[in-house]
Design a protein around this ligand. Structure first.
Ligand SMILES: [Zn+2]
Length: 196
């Protein structure tokens, strides 16, 4: 598998980490499926995470947990950037891999325009924290995941791969146990800033 495949894998699993912790915390925001699709040039792939919509819930009204939503949107770029040893703002940029995440994040913050810079400052501070955690081995098992062990080729579409989320979940469970305290701190900071 190419480096691009690994990069997109960790980006999507980054969203998954946040969604799993949101689910543990609030019982909301679980991921239904994650797909990686080869787009046919430059060995490049697109990743997609589809949310699980609980029965009886209007998908248009599901953005009630704004802090959790903002955190899960930026987590793809956080994890991708830790993996690549880059600043997350390279990814979380209108020219970066996280463009769709950034657009959605921007849309939510339209209602909190006076808090935008504080939210960004908090993300930068938290990313520094994640870098120091990585330097101390916090992510060793996590980044040791081999994408090949978790992808299933689509039977009809040769360029499409599905992630086996149960297998990913089983293998990041211990990581989530130790990671959750940091994630919840990040989430609480967002809630404090937005006063929600
Ligand atoms: Zn993303």
């Amino acid at each position: 598998m190419s480096n691009n495949f690994q990069r997109v894998f960790f980006h999507e699993v980054g969203h998954f980490v946040a969604k799993e912790l949101n689910f543990k915390l609030n019982g909301i925001g679980e991921a239904e499926s994650i797909e990686l699709e080869s787009i046919g040039y430059n060995n490049e792939y697109l990743g997609r995470t589809k949310p699980k919509i609980p029965a009886g819930v209007d998908p248009n009204r599901s953005i009630v947990h704004l802090a959790e939503k903002l955190a899960s949107l930026v987590y793809g770029c956080f994890i991708q950037s830790l993996f690549l040893n880059q600043n997350f703002t390279i990814c979380f940029d209108m020219k970066g891999n996280g463009i769709e995440d950034l657009k959605e994040w921007d849309g939510i913050l339209l209602n909190f325009s006076n808090k935008r810079s504080e939210i960004i400052k908090n993300e930068e501070k938290y990313f520094e924290k994640l870098i120091s955690l990585k330097e101390n081995g916090h992510f060793d098992s996590f980044f040791g995941l081999n994408p090949d062990d978790y992808v299933i080729k689509d039977i009809n579409n040769l360029s499409l791969y599905h992630l086996n989320l149960n297998a990913v979940r089983a293998n990041i469970d211990e990581f989530l146990e130790i990671h959750q305290q940091y994630y919840y701190e990040f989430l609480n900071e967002i809630k404090n800033i937005l006063e929600i």
